[in-house]
Design a binder for this molecule. Sequence first.
Ligand code: ADP
Ligand code: DAT
Ligand code: MG
Length: 195
Amino acid sequence: QLYYAVKIIFLWQEQGGGPGSGKGTQCEKIVAKYGYTHLSSGDLLRAEVASGSERGKQLQAIMQKGELVPLDTVLDMIKDAMIAKADVSKGFLIDGYPREVKQGEEFEKKIGKPCLLLYVDAKAETMVKRLLKRGETSGRSDDNEETIKKRLDLYYKATEPVIAFYEGRGIVKKVDSELAVDDVFGQVSKAIDAL
Ligand SMILES: Nc1ncnc2c1ncn2[C@@H]1O[C@H](COP(=O)(O)OP(=O)(O)O)[C@@H](O)[C@H]1O
Ligand SMILES: Nc1ncnc2c1ncn2[C@H]1C[C@H](O)[C@@H](COP(=O)(O)OP(=O)(O)O)O1
Ligand SMILES: [Mg+2]
């Protein structure tokens, strides 16, 4: 119940797309303007991998294949990160979660309901191009052609029902991420200002 008082904003992306649509980029700008706490499930998982722990090794293998890690692992990490910031946070911006309906349901049982779901929409072709470019410098083991393809496929399968789930509640705001970063952010700001 600790969390019902704070705003939770999921940052979402479109079916058929997903990785590389520009979530991380927009999150940085949202943090700068609105002061929300940004939590990226991918970043939390990569931190665990970087720690060199046994669990990190298992996670690394899953992520390299472009698959989803077990729900409990991700949700526990997000919950712990939220608890650590609960006193000082104005609200949480959660990037990369939920990636399947079950994740959304479990989040609401254990933490709370989101007030906005930003759907960062770019064409599959655009996302592949951006990810390959990101891969030149990111050092991410999943930013390669083969894994990108798997991630896009999985996203398409797992995401569509999730969007319908939140659309039914009227909290989905779609932004066009084919535009330049600042223009995308203009749309994002409008959605947040309307809260
Ligand atoms: N609107 C945009 N126009 C052009 N390039 C973008 C745009 N948004 C993001 N990018 C670039 O695309 C790549 C993926 O963006 P990122 O924010 O890491 O996506 P995600 O977190 O959704 O995987 C980055 O290299 C970023 O600089
Ligand atoms: N909510 C979640 N559930 C399961 N696996 C997740 C997850 N969030 C991230 N992962 C794992 C699988 C993803 O392919 C990988 C990278 O995630 P990410 O950093 O959010 O990617 P991107 O920013 O390119 O969209 O981490
Ligand atoms: Mg990202």
